[in-house]
Design a protein around this ligand. Sequence first.
Ligand code: C2E
Ligand code: CA
Ligand code: CA
Length: 424
Amino acid sequence: MNYSVNPIESDHVNLVSSERVLVAVGTNKTPKILLMDDSALARKIGRIAVQSAGYPDVTEAAGGQEALNILSAADCDIDVVLCDLMMPEMDGVQFLRHAAELPRRPALVFVSGGEAALLQGARDTAQARHFNVLGTIQKPLTAEAIGRLLGRFGKPEHKAKDAKTSEIVQDLERGIAERQFILHYQPKISVTGHKLVGVESLVRWQHPDHGLLPPGAFIDEAEKSGRIGALTEQIVTLALKQCAMWSIDGFTPKVSVNLSAYMLVDLDFPDRIANKAESLGVKAQQIVLEVTESGLFQDLANTLDILTRLRMKGFTLSIDDFGTGYSSMEQLRRVPFAELKIDRAFVHGAADNEKARAILDSTVQLGRSLNMTVVAEGAETQQDWDILEDAGVDLVQGYFVAKPMPDDAVPGWAESWKVAHVGS
Ligand code: C2E
Ligand code: CA
Ligand code: CA
């Protein structure tokens, strides 16, 4: 690889980290960057910044059409596009619309000299089109800003992991096509009556080579690579079918389904899930949809549109992992959540941790005052349970009650739980 920094130009940017460059030279595996900007000067500054950040392989395009031509070439191996928003011939948002059709989508970084809201709008649009957006940068480009964002794609020294990642994505596609995903279910128990109120569905991948994989091994990849929509569609169908089958036997716990934040940009999702439930004879009232707090408000208008319509159709909305994200009271007020799940970070061990205890107590009060059902997840011990009971939590989920289990184990578990804790 013939990497060099022009010594005159390098005076204008942050110094090159020699370690990164060495790795780049040694492995020839850094991500390839396409720099798209109509200004020749901006491209020149951008090139220096990108290369100084340790990414020597930079191609330039003076506009959207030129970029699309490069990206649609059969041998194109561009990994990341630095996308200027304001371009005369085709703006960044129009570029997105066309780039969404590309067989191999690059990751994106948006760059603009305009207002921050514009960058946010472009980011939301790109995410709605299922691009992997690494971030946004206000002009002028600096090596530091680029280094930080491109680091999210995979630093030069992490390229081996990238190769593995794309293997996972191919695997995922096969897994989805061959329906290798199953759901396990974890009980939610009422604190006062010790009754089984619901079960949370948790996806598992029955991988032909690697055995049963937990969601932590693949959900992120599915989200980043745009496969989460197809995967969620299968998960929702599995959960609805399970709910229908249990109902036939008179077993009717509510069934919770985890929704990726990436589903909250798909405006047709509420109609699809409602139609599917109806066709399977499942009432929306049986289904709880869990959404994590952190993914909630990336695209406020669409998120509110989707969540409000899900609620109107009768689904219960639950805010998951509460306490780990950045919800404000205002956001909580705007979305019709009926359930609040306190993250397990504030549950297990709260007895010995004053701060966790304080957050637990105040979250329960918040949930109460907003008329929400408060669920604590991650209760592992009798001590956890006692604290939760004390704090006034409504429902408890955690290893102390039961670990997630296969669907056919649930009714039997429920029966023995009832005998032991509720009486007949
Ligand atoms: P989550 O929604 O917070 O789910 C609870 C996780 O905590 C589950 O991990 C569960 O097995 C684990 N857990 C339950 N009780 C305890 C406990 O007492 N102690 C500890 N240490 N852990 C406990 P799991 O099944 O590995 O799922 C991890 C995450 O993956 C979930 O977190 C959820 O964010 C995501 N996920 C799971 N299923 C789906 C799905 O169908 N769709 C999507 N989009 N995400 C899913
Ligand atoms: Ca959950
Ligand atoms: Ca959670």
